[in-house]
Design a protein around this ligand. Sequence first.
Ligand code: NAD
Length: 341
Amino acid sequence: MSATISDLLDPAGAARCVLWRDPPSGLSAVLVIDDLSLGPAAGGIRTRAYPDAAAMISEAAALARAMTRKCALAGLDAGGAKAVVLDHPGLDRPAAFRALGRRVAELGGLFRTAGDLGTTPADLAAMAETCPYVHTDDRGLADAVARGVIACVRACARARGRGLGGLRVAVQGCGAIGSAVARALAAEGAFLLIADVDPRRAHDLAEATGSHVHDPKDILLAPVDVLVPCAVGGVVTAEVAAAMSAWALCGAANNVLAAPDVAEALRSRGVLHVPDVVASAGAVIEGIGRSVMQLADREPLIAALGTTAGELLAESVATGRTTEALAGRRAAARIAAAQRP
Ligand SMILES: NC(=O)c1ccc[n+]([C@@H]2O[C@H](COP(=O)([O-])OP(=O)(O)OC[C@H]3O[C@@H](n4cnc5c(N)ncnc54)[C@H](O)[C@@H]3O)[C@@H](O)[C@H]2O)c1
């Protein structure tokens, strides 16, 4: 069940993919390394009940591509990757994550990882027993994401001549990231509507932050100023883009647009859209900044996400292009410059 580095290094520059299985623990995992031009590949581990291996590969590949853009835009010396783990009734989680840790350790630091949707602090702790390349400080990374999201929401508010105080914000998802974002927004005096498919999580977060619990079925259409998705990807469909009340979209959920043309639907309605590859970069800045770039202070890079968001919003108005396209172009330019001999 092991991969060697040469399995992953593809001289043609195509995405590298490896499937790991460990029958004793029930582990089935896919790692996609998308790009190594700027440095080792960074990306979290997602754990979900996928229908088949093709679904695992396709989600890992899309998320790894987004990580490449995220690292390039954040000014990090890192490329993009993603690992996904199949959640199923036969999964012995501690043993499976220890086995996954052994495989990732064999790559010698080529892949740097942390948590993501569905992967728990206990999973990461088990993995860290066998692997030095996993960040287990889930709360610290989530708080770093929240600081980046706040900087980007502030950029949206500023574009409308507003501040964060009294801003009406809807947060979808009350997990690690949604909770950190809601706490940070509440501390800034925003008025919050929050929702989760797990009512207990929403209730507990509402108690802690003074927020109002909203029905998860229509949180994306809630009458607010800013929509902050922090749950699963693909939730902003063409229908949501056409019907949403919020005048800004700025969330941490990776790959939140259901299709590329949704970006144009948002732009043509005048919705300020901060791409999630910008808004959600706080965790990878914290992780790679600390472990690879040895930056004593990562806050300037996190604060710079707000500057990038403001520039993209202004450039979109000036050029009529979507912020998503403009962000993609910036990331590609930085990677191309690094690839030049
Ligand atoms: N963890 C990180 O460091 C990190 C960094 C950047 C981006 N992200 C992204 O942020 C998002 C959230 O990650 P997380 O680590 O908080 O995951 P998590 O598993 O801790 O929390 C996700 C929450 O979303 C809820 N949820 C799922 N579907 C929902 C729906 N349709 N409506 C409302 N709630 C729903 C779940 O019940 C859960 O409470 C993911 O898209 C992830 O890729 C995570």
